[in-house]
Design a protein. Structure first.
Length: 279
């Protein structure tokens, strides 16, 4: 039988944060619900009250400015991000990863923030946001804190978020705005599917940044390397840093192999894009 829970839909941030402070871990917030309700149905999540954030206008904001960068509110859906002109103009890696997440219908509900808070090793936004130095803005009734994404996700489906906190938004700073980028994702089927392994890469000012998902408990960010580095050097660095496992979807060896394939493919793609742009 489905676990029973109460439903609460606050109309403002103040109301939501006050409610969370009072209820603590008995309350669980959600936006799209595409992870949370699957978990409730599976018996993995058993919240006392689910708190629907979609009635809070302040969390729906998606904006760009050339000082802060891109600000993605908690209730911004993946399709809203994909339709936002500055996302594809300044952060093509983010756009490419968003297009790989599930189906059009699901992307109408699923949010970027929900994806990050779920912290699944195969989540599609972890690695691109790592390459772009994404930051997470956490809010509670006691105030705000801003944490780099690399410190926010700490393990498989684990983050530093406290029960009384919400993620208000994710910020993608201007540092890497305009960087050419690409995202490669291995799936078991041609249609939509969770990633078996995926690689995000950006190239900017003669440097490349690469991050790998589904090959360790958390997405792995490689150190910045010169864009002129031999492919093998980048592949060797990735292999040194990942720790893929065998599971029902893939072997450890195949994951490691595909990381190398994707690194080579992305480096070639970004180099030819550079040559075309300068021709
Ligand atoms: C059929 C199907 C296919 C899928 N395919 C993919 C795929 O290809 N790639 C992929 O990466 N994912 C996939 N997913 C997983 C899911 O759709 C994504 O992770 C999605 O981005 C989650 O967003 P959401 O808004 O629905 O999250 P929700 O379910 O609303 O929330 C997810 C988690 O985050 C917490 N949370 C949400 N918002 C906040 C907030 N503002 N502050 C604090 N905590 C918060 C919730 O409590 C919950 O624990 C799939 C899911 C389904 C059902």
């Amino acid at each position: 039988m489905l676990h029973e829970f109460a439903y609460h839909r606050p109309a403002s941030l103040e109301e939501a944060l006050g409610f969370l402070k009072e209820k603590g871990s008995a309350a669980t917030v959600f936006a799209g619900g595409t992870d949370l309700f699957v978990n409730i149905r599976a018996g993995v999540a058993k919240p006392g009250t689910v708190v629907d954030l979609k009635g809070i206008p302040a969390l729906r904001t998606l904006s760009w400015d050339d000082r802060e960068g891109l600000s993605i509110g908690a209730c911004v859906t993946v399709n809203e991000l994909l339709q936002h002109p500055e996302t594809s103009r300044y952060y093509p890696v983010l756009h490419a990863a968003g297009e790989e997440l599930a189906t059009y219908q699901l992307r109408n509900r699923a949010t970027v923030v929900g994806n990050i808070v779920t912290a699944s090793p195969c989540g599609d936004f972890g690695s691109p946001l790592l390459t772009l130095s994404g930051e997470v803005v956490l809010l509670s009734a006691d105030g705000e804190r801003r944490v780099p994404l690399r410190d926010f996700i700490t393990g498989v489906k684990k983050t530093i978020i406290k029960p009384e906190e919400i993620v208000a938004r994710v910020i993608v700073p201007v540092t890497w705005a305009g960087a050419a980028g690409g995202y490669e994702k291995l799936k078991r089927i041609k249609g939509h599917d969770l990633g078996v392994v995926s690689v995000a890469m950006i190239r900017h000012n003669g440097a490349i940044r690469c991050a790998v998902s589904s090959a360790a408990p958390t997405p792995v960010l490689l150190p910045d390397m010169p864009a002129s580095s031999p492919v093998k050097e980048v592949q060797d660095k990735a292999q040194e840093m990942i720790s893929p496992i065998d599971d029902v979807r893939c072997t450890r060896e195949y994951r490691a192999f595909m990381v190398n394939v994707f690194i080579e493919r992305l480096m070639k793609h970004l180099e030819s894009a550079r040559q075309e742009a300068s021709a």
